[in-house]
Design a protein around this ligand. Structure first.
Ligand code: UDP
Length: 367
């Protein structure tokens, strides 16, 4: 008999959901994290009374009612709706691509006029069967929007030209022929009042958590503590990169406190030109309609991940997809270990999907 039923590596959303479910099922868990705090990349910390999203903006949105009800057990969500603004060399456009964007770009007023304009640009570009992100984008919204709002931003975010990226990335972004600036096509949306850290704290209530513990540096001793492991770190690191390193995109933030109550008038402003070195500026107080006298902003820079950096996004191209498939085989054959989350499964998961998958896996595991 070992001391714990589960050792959960990573105190992020996946680990916290699994821990909560396991505890409910009467299992004993130990959650460890190599950082000095819980909540993984959804961690928020107060600065000047403002909850700062330390690892980038996280806006909870889902179409899954069960997931929405699940998170609402741990926090009360506000009515925040993501409506980012794009700044292209000082020209301002509404996102996602909708009638407000089309009107500003072309002066069109009706959906029929907007569709005609897009069809015309798509025909001029000669695209019938889109093969990559560039072709997909042009066929969805035309060349002008592609050039001003997609090409530079996507190139900066992924460090690759749009012609080398898969079409599906852009499908995350809705195209709408209504005057609706709501970025997400989701039934439920909001930010937890008091920040995400408090929400994860509630999920982990009653579970032992040890911070500043690097699983990979001490895995034999840690494995000895528990019957099974739930591993939410990078899958390639788990296997000591023996098949090669998966690529990730990393982001870093330049965060500043400013002596003004309102810097940019919106939580998220994307800089969609190729020349501005950062991809976006987040003004954190607007996620919670803050009225503090000061403000906190974070400029977000995207970079290729190298060892020692924080991995954020899996790179969804063929080469990495094939390498991940090989790691997945090893992972499936690894006895007593469950691999989960964005890094453990090398998937561009949103938060709601992470919860859905963690609940599914937990239900099967704990049945
Ligand atoms: N995108 C874009 N211009 C924008 C915002 C997004 O071209 O102003 C594209 C870009 O290819 C990006 C994708 O849409 O990689 C997904 O963006 P999203 O904001 O969903 O990414 P996340 O918030 O997960 O970083």
């Amino acid at each position: 008999m070992k001391q714990y039923d589960y050792l959960i590596v990573g105190a992020g959303l996946y680990g916290a959901v699994f821990a909560h479910e396991a505890k409910k099922a009467g299992k004993k868990c130990l959650v460890i994290d190599k950082r000095s705090h819980i909540a993984g990349n959804i961690y928020t910390e107060p600065v000047e009374g403002i909850n700062v999203h330390r690892y980038g903006a996280h806006i909870f949105h889902t179409n899954n009612k069960a997931v929405w009800q699940y998170v609402n057990q741990f926090a009360e969500f506000n009515r925040y709706t993501n409506s980012p603004v794009a700044n292209y060399h000082g020209e301002i456009y509404n996102l996602p691509f909708n009638m407000n964007t089309f009107n500003k770009m072309w002066g069109v007023v009706t959906p029929a006029e907007a569709k005609a304009k897009i069809e015309q640009q798509k025909a001029e570009a000669g695209i019938t069967d889109p093969q990559n992100l560039e072709e997909q984008a042009i066929s969805l919204v035309g060349t002008d929007i592609y050039e001003k709002l997609i090409k530079g931003y996507t190139g900066k975010q992924w460090g690759r030209p749009c012609t080398e990226l898969p079409a599906f990335i852009i499908k995350r972004l809705p195209v709408r022929f209504t005057y609706d600036d709501n970025y997400f096509n989701a039934l439920y949306q909001g930010i937890p009042n008091g920040g995400y850290t408090a929400m994860v704290e509630k999920m982990l209530d009653g579970t032992e958590v040890r911070l500043n513990m690097d699983y990979l540096a001490d895995r034999d001793a840690l494995n000895a503590l528990a019957e099974k492991v739930v591993y939410t770190g990078p899958v390639d690191a788990y296997f000591d990169y023996k098949l090669g390193a998966l690529q990730y995109r990393s982001v870093h933030f330049e965060t500043e406190v400013l002596d003004t109550d309102n810097y940019q008038g919106n939580a998220v402003v994307n800089y969609t030109d190729a020349e501005t070195p950062y991809t976006r500026i987040i003004e954190h107080k607007h996620f919670e309609f803050g009225t503090q006298p000061k403000t906190v902003i974070s400029r977000e820079y995207s970079a290729e991940w190298k060892k020692g950096d924080e991995p954020y996004y899996p790179v969804n191209d063929e080469k990495n997809g094939a390498l991940y498939a090989a790691y997945k085989k090893l992972a499936d054959a690894e006895p007593g270990v469950i691999f989960g989350g964005r890094l453990g499964e090398y998937k561009y998961y949103d938060m709601d999907k992470v919860i859905e998958v963690a609940l599914d896996v937990a239900a099967k595991e704990l049945a």
